[in-house]
Ligand binder design. Sequence first.
Ligand SMILES: Nc1ncnc2c1ncn2[C@@H]1O[C@H](COP(=O)(O)OP(=O)(O)OP(=O)(O)O)[C@@H](O)[C@H]1O
Ligand SMILES: [Mg+2]
Length: 216
Amino acid sequence: MKGLLITLEGGEGSGKSTQIQLLARWLKEEGHEVVCTREPGGTPLAEEIRDLLMVPRAETVAPLAELLLYQAARAQHVRDVIRPALQRGALVLCDRFVDSTSAYQGAGRTLPEEAVMELNRLATDGIWPDLTLILDLPEQEGLQRARNRGSDDRMMEETLSFHRNIRSAFQRLAQEEPDRITMVDGCLSPEEVLEALKERISALLQEHSLSQERSS
Ligand SMILES: Nc1ncnc2c1ncn2[C@@H]1O[C@H](COP(=O)(O)OP(=O)(O)OP(=O)(O)O)[C@@H](O)[C@H]1O
Ligand SMILES: [Mg+2]
């Protein structure tokens, strides 16, 4: 694939959306085609599924139903947005992706890890992040930030221990896959977080341009 898929992950309010915007501005200034997108969402159908997933509701959502809705949105998003962008050679910045599903539906909802991973693979159909940046932050801090910003999505209603499990799951994923995943301290200032992310992305871009040169 000519392009690169970079995903931003982390708990509620960890700074993902803030950093994606800053990174996109920087990468565009550097002359790259940048596609910013998010999950769940990124296409009209997937955004409709997002609305279904986010809105607080009286009915308890079955964990498996939730997992399948996320994966349905993802299949559409990968086919119609992410894959074509990568084929064109764009840098795709995605706000949440497969690791959020592992953390929230696996560790959070306690669905079997292998089932979550199998559906991640099925929905992404051969596309996988080249780099994943996890913003790590104590759960109370992230939830407070998200509340201050005015967030009321369904995950915000979960207990502190649910969000603690999510944080531990992201930390575990980072330990298991140090080559793909870099974890950054989300408690740093936005400028400091940005510097750390830029450093890691610069290294990836350098590796990528070398491998493109070798194959051309
Ligand atoms: N490094 C930071 N330090 C302090 N506040 C921050 C930092 N980064 C972002 N914020 C603020 O915290 C709030 C949440 O940030 P942001 O929306 O980027 O997080 P998010 O990870 O996208 O959240 P969500 O999971 O709810 O989408 C915003 O009000 C933002 O301005
Ligand atoms: Mg966000």
